[in-house]
Design a protein around this ligand. Structure first.
Ligand SMILES: C[S@@+](CC[C@H](N)C(=O)[O-])C[C@H]1O[C@@H](n2cnc3c(N)ncnc32)[C@H](O)[C@@H]1O
Length: 401
């Protein structure tokens, strides 16, 4: 390949990156690197492109190589530092930010991520007060409120399974707000793996606080598609339904893809703020503020379709909810739901959600007269720099003999 041709591939890759055609940009930069494996601009372009594709771990080697070039510009260090932060390498991220902190282009955003990286890294060796004091020193006049830093730091450290460090922030937060149901439960989860379900007060507080950002965060940042995927699986049955229950309906993402197939649609949720969002979205005939198991046990209605998208992650032992769902289904009715797919049985995760094994789902369903008619394994959404493995299920209520 001659130099002009290579330059053209490089220029096209840069343009593709600028226009958001990231797959094409990746292919272009890789083509250049095949011929010139140490070309700094192409390494940097590839690293940036992989960051844009949220493949942070893969972005680190090319970004490191690009920053290691003699005379590399500060922007290469800044991108590398950001990538290290996104992969949970907080100490290395802090060192990399520090190396270019006095150079042009070091903005407030970089300073705040540097401060967070340094504080999270410090928690390995020091207490929460000292780590947060370090945060304040580095962030200086642009420092965020420490409660926010500690709250987001707790979730970030849990996501990267840095549990001892997370516990220190959790205890700091609990001491400042002992009545906070969210903090209390998330901290308890790190010490007691036997808890068999998330307390309703926790779920309600968590989603009331999350409702405003839920759709943007799940759809735009976390690549969440469970409601649509479950709707596709249900669609295979090519059936129309008389009454569908959207259990844990949240903001109502499962309503639209199924609405055309159902005559009546009811949503139930513990969070009033999530229900208000579902009401805004529209399409529901009724929205009910209730706990799922209690609702299923008490409702006089019979449903021929119950959908629970990303709801069973808040329950470990599924015995009660499956029995109650079987009771509220009509004969041949379908129950479609997702789980975070674990290896076996059920397990409380540091994220305060539960993972369920395929063996457990099948055994718990069979125990209450629900047979698995479809099962698909697929990533559920992103967490830290990985995707959460998921299991999507459709179960059918076996007709009484
Ligand atoms: C992750 S959101 C998913 C919302 C929606 N199904 C979707 O897929 O977009 C989980 C929802 O389930 C609700 N939820 C969790 N446990 C519940 C329970 N035991 N009873 C009623 N709602 C529950 C939460 O309030 C929250 O709105």
């Amino acid at each position: 390949m001659d130099a002009d041709h290579l330059q053209r591939i490089f220029d096209e890759a840069v343009q593709a990156h600028g226009e958001g055609r990231l797959d094409e940009a990746e292919a272009g930069f890789r083509a250049v690197l095949e011929v010139l494996p140490h070309e700094g601009e192409a390494l940097f372009g590839l690293g940036l492109t992989l960051m844009g594709l949220r493949r942070f771990s893969e972005a680190i080697p090319p970004l490191k190589a690009a920053a290691a070039e003699p005379g590399a510009e500060p922007v290469r260090f800044l991108c590398l530092a950001q990538g290290l932060y996104m992969t949970g390498a907080f100490a290395e991220a802090a060192e990399t930010f520090a190396a270019v902190a006095h150079q042009d282009g070091f903005n407030d955003g970089a300073r705040l991520t540097w401060a967070r990286s340094a504080a999270y890294a410090a928690l390995d060796d020091t207490d929460a007060d000292s780590a947060l004091a370090l945060y304040g020193q580095i962030a200086g006049p642009v420092a965020e409120d420490l409660d926010t830093v500690a709250r987001e730091g707790f979730s970030t450290l849990v996501a990267f399974e840095r549990l001892a460090a997370a516990r220190k922030l959790g205890q700091w937060l609990e001491a400042r707000a002992p009545d906070d149901a969210i903090r209390a439960h998330e901290l308890r989860v790190l010490t007691d793996p036997q808890i068999d379900r998330a307390p309703p007060a926790y779920v309600e507080a968590l989603f009331d606080a999350f409702a405003e950002r839920f759709d943007h965060q799940l759809l735009d940042n976390l690549e969440y598609q469970t409601p649509t995927l479950l709707a596709e699986m249900i669609g295979v049955a090519d059936r129309r339904f008389t009454h569908m229950l959207d259990l844990g309906c949240g903001t109502g993402l499962a309503g639209p893809p199924l609405r055309a197939r159902v005559a009546r649609l009811t949503g139930v949720d513990l969070s009033t703020a999530m229900l208000a969002k579902a009401a805004e979205r529209g399409g529901y005939d009724a929205l009910v503020h209730a706990e799922a198991v209690a609702f299923l046990r008490e409702t006089p209605d019979r449903f021929d379709l119950i959908v629970a998208a990303d709801v069973f992650s808040y329950l470990g032992d599924l015995g009660d909810i499956l029995a109650a769902a079987a009771g509220a289904l009509s004969d041949d009715g379908l129950l479609a739901f997702s789980v975070e797919q674990g290896e076996t049985w059920w397990r409380l995760l540091p994220s305060a959600r539960y993972a369920h094994g395929d063996d457990y789902v099948r055994a718990a369903g069979a125990g209450v007269g629900l047979e698995v008619i479809q099962h698909r394994q697929t990533p559920l959404r992103r967490q830290a720099d990985a995707a959460i493995p998921g299991g999507l299920y459709v179960l059918r209520k076996i007709r009484a003999a």
